[in-house]
Design a protein around this ligand. Structure first.
Ligand code: NAD
Ligand code: ZN
Length: 382
């Protein structure tokens, strides 16, 4: 088959690989119809995630058709259209039993914090991902679900991560009726977090980024107010100014490890790798919420020290909620919002790229070129 492979920082290409085979009776093999590139893939592409091995196929956002199932699979059959959450999880350990699917204890011998993620380095289990013609799906009875009739592949694709994570980010904000919610980052996750905040009763939603074309999407897609951080000498002061000098009730970090806006933080984290991520947006979130407010962190950080303003969070009495998204937990509500017409998640897709040209896709998305918001990879491009 043809598959994306990692060759080293900023280098990916398409190569021939063996079609994956059933390795365990609860595996399925899925023929990929659509895959997406995620902001998380950029952390891998930029060489920031420990133990990202040359030869790995990335891709934790994909939908497809079941090609083959192992002997014990009961919920899927060949020919089923399936959406697959980015988490790989057993469904039965202590953590899965509590809905913490992203923290499964049985799928990742290399770490005790995160469970398994498709195509996301050996730190996240070493599983090949879906930016390929075929992918092996372990625990096929647990993670994947049949795509409901009438739901198109690209809307389903957004449910496998970006939409679920944005919604989860809003959920972790514990938003109360009328709350002022500020979202850092107008990437796919931030856009979906802003859109979801309204569903949870927000009274105002403010999105911050430095890319004007993405802020435009935050206004048109998520009906948010926007602030371009490049126009402000101090974004925290600006946030105070627009909130009667109290601060927002809730802040959502939808930026993560590669945040811009402070040269020292950015360079120590992304060039010298002295931090597990540059917590600029997170520190802005801590500073921008009012005392007693809530900070939700869905932006991803690496498994290491980061210079977070913890004392300020403590002394302000903030609540900090965070995790990798347990994707499947969000699906019932997301699917009903899509079916009722409130959400059309595929509206944020800007690029559809044949698998053969995936290197260009990474280059465009990484450089935020060509007004790219969400690139989708199409393995069988007609
Ligand atoms: P993206 O790279 O497309 O978007 C990030 C946005 O943040 C960009 O538009 C960038 O301009 C903006 N930005 C940079 N510095 C900023 C700052 N200081 N303040 C405000 N905005 C700033 O990525 P994405 O796909 O939207 O993902 C966002 C984050 O969420 C990434 O860290 C990704 O790894 C993470 N993520 C987490 C989960 C999870 O389960 N928790 C799932 C998916 C993605
Ligand atoms: Zn993702």
């Amino acid at each position: 088959m043809r598959a994306m492979v990692y060759r080293g920082p900023y280098k990916v290409r398409v190569e021939e690989k063996d079609i994956p085979s059933i390795e365990h009776p609860n595996d399925a093999i899925v023929r990929v119809q659509r895959a997406a590139i995620c902001g998380s893939d950029l952390h891998l592409y930029h060489g920031l995630m420990p133990d990202t091995r040359v030869g790995m196929t990335f891709g934790h956002e994909f939908v497809g058709v079941v090609e083959q199932v192992g002997g014990s699979v009961e919920n899927l059959r060949p020919g089923d259209r399936v959406m697959v959450p980015f988490n790989i999880y057993c469904g039965s350990c202590y953590f899965c039993a509590r809905g913490l699917y992203s923290n499964c204890h049985n799928v990742n011998p290399n770490a005790t914090a995160v469970g398994g993620i498709y195509g996301y380095s050996h730190t996240c289990g070493g599983y090949d991902g879906g930016q390929a013609e075929y992918v092996r799906v372990p625990f096929a009875d647990v993670g994947p679900a049949k795509i409901p009739d009438g739901l198109d592949d690209e809307d389903a694709l957004m449910c496998t991560d970006a939409l679920a994570t944005g919604y989860f980010g809003a959920q972790l904000g514990d938003i109360s009726e009328g709350d002022v919610v500020v979202v850092f980052g107008a990437g796919p996750v931030g856009l979906f977090a802003a859109k979801s905040a309204w569903l949870m009763g927000a009274g105002r939603v403010i999105v911050i980024d430095h890319l004007e074309y993405r802020l435009e999407k935050a206004r048109s897609f998520a009906h948010a107010e926007t602030i371009n951080m490049a126009d402000c000498a101090d974004i925290v002061v600006e946030m105070k100014r627009v909130t009667d000098y109290l601060g927002a009730d809730v802040a959502i970090d939808a930026v993560g490890a590669e945040a811009d806006g402070n040269l020292i933080q950015h360079v120590t984290a992304t060039k010298f790798k002295l931090q597990g991520g540059s917590p600029i947006a997170l520190n802005w979130a801590i500073d921008s919420v009012r005392k007693g407010g809530t900070v939700s962190v869905v932006g991803a950080y690496g498994p290491m020290f980061s210079a977070v303003k913890f004392g300020d969070a403590m002394n302000k009495g903030l609540t900090l909620n965070m995790n990798q998204c347990p994707v499947k937990r969000q699906w019932p509500r997301l699917l009903s919002h899509i079916q009722s017409g409130y959400l059309k998640p595929s509206d944020i897709i800007t690029h559809r790229i044949p698998l053969e040209h995936i290197a260009e896709g990474y280059h465009i998305f990484s450089g935020k070129l060509d007004e790219c918001i969400k690139p989708v990879i199409v393995p069988q491009y007609a």
